[in-house]
Write a protein that binds this ligand. Structure first.
Ligand code: ADP
Ligand code: MG
Length: 261
């Protein structure tokens, strides 16, 4: 057995699994025992109204939730079968292996190029193939053609949709095994949204994707599996086609038909 979360451990079957994951805030049970698995080759969407616990779930998956000591976590979260909440786990490495893209793109106040190489320097990647890695991350984020001639410009010159794809590229350059996206298209135009969905379609060959989306049509288009969360519970988990055609729970049916949201 490899050391916990050692570099390169078990790259083949990238899988993040939670078992009865609970998150308890000072006044509220935010997640009430979620058992869910993200597998390489698949996009898993999580849908549900505001306050359902979607963001909290993602933040538990790479221990960003550690930044909120008032929230108590119990149950299991496993990456490649190894518990990520173990004391010996290297959290910085974990967050590279389980990368996250947020709903509001926040590029660093640097050039487009530096936004990408900054993370690589932290990851101590050799400089030899730096530009190759930059190009391949930008291509994977469907941004290369739009920025290849302006890499030294400030990232803030980019449009919102381009900034979001830059944030995606910045995560991808660290070669995550699991990609978490929290409503990544909520403020974006339809073209940038389509580019991100195309990117996910290509990317899932190499990693597991969990896409939280406030747009049920996006879940229907972009994912293989869809989970519906409500008040901290997972009401339904189904193959996407089935969830949208024959939901198994009346609350799922009500939500996807827009009866509440
Ligand atoms: N740090 C926190 N302390 C207390 N309550 C929190 C905290 N973070 C989130 N919550 C509560 O947990 C619930 C779920 O929040 P969240 O995970 O952001 O839901 P969603 O992303 O589905 O909108 C909300 O009621 C929210 O107020
Ligand atoms: Mg949220």
């Amino acid at each position: 057995m490899n050391a916990p979360l050692a570099e390169g451990a078990g790259r083949r079957a990238a899988t993040l699994r939670t078992e009865r994951l609970q998150a308890r805030g000072p006044r509220l049970e935010i997640l009430k025992g979620i058992t869910l698995e993200a597998r390489r080759g698949e996009v898993l969407s999580i849908i549900g109204p505001a306050g359902a616990g979607k963001t909290t779930f993602l933040r538990c998956c790479n221990r960003m939730i550690d930044l909120n000591p008032e929230i108590l976590i119990s149950g299991q979260t496993l990456l490649e079968g190894i518990p990520i909440y173990g004391k010996e786990v290297d959290v910085a490495l974990l967050r590279r292996r389980v990368g996250m893209v947020f709903s509001v793109p926040v590029p660093l106040p640097m050039s487009i190029l530096e936004n990408l190489t900054f993370g690589l320097r932290l990851a101590r990647v050799s400089r030899r193939h730096l530009m190759e890695e930059v190009e391949s991350a930008l291509r994977a984020a469907y941004l290369w053609d739009e920025v290849k001639d302006r890499l030294s410009e400030p990232a803030r010159n980019l449009s919102g949709g381009q900034q979001q794809r830059l944030c995606l590229a910045r995560t991808l350059i660290l070669q995550p095994e699991v990609l978490l996206l929290d409503e990544p298209c909520s403020g974006l135009d339809p073209i940038s949204t389509a580019r991100i969905e195309e990117a996910l379609y290509q990317l899932k060959a190499d990693l597991a994707v969990i896409l939280v989306t406030n747009n049920v049509k996006q879940a229907a288009r972009a994912s293989d599996w869809t989970a519906f969360f409500l008040f901290g519970e997972m009401i339904e988990l189904s193959p996407t086609g089935r969830l949208f055609t024959t939901p198994q729970d009346s609350r799922t049916a009500d939500y996807i038909s827009g009866r509440f949201g």
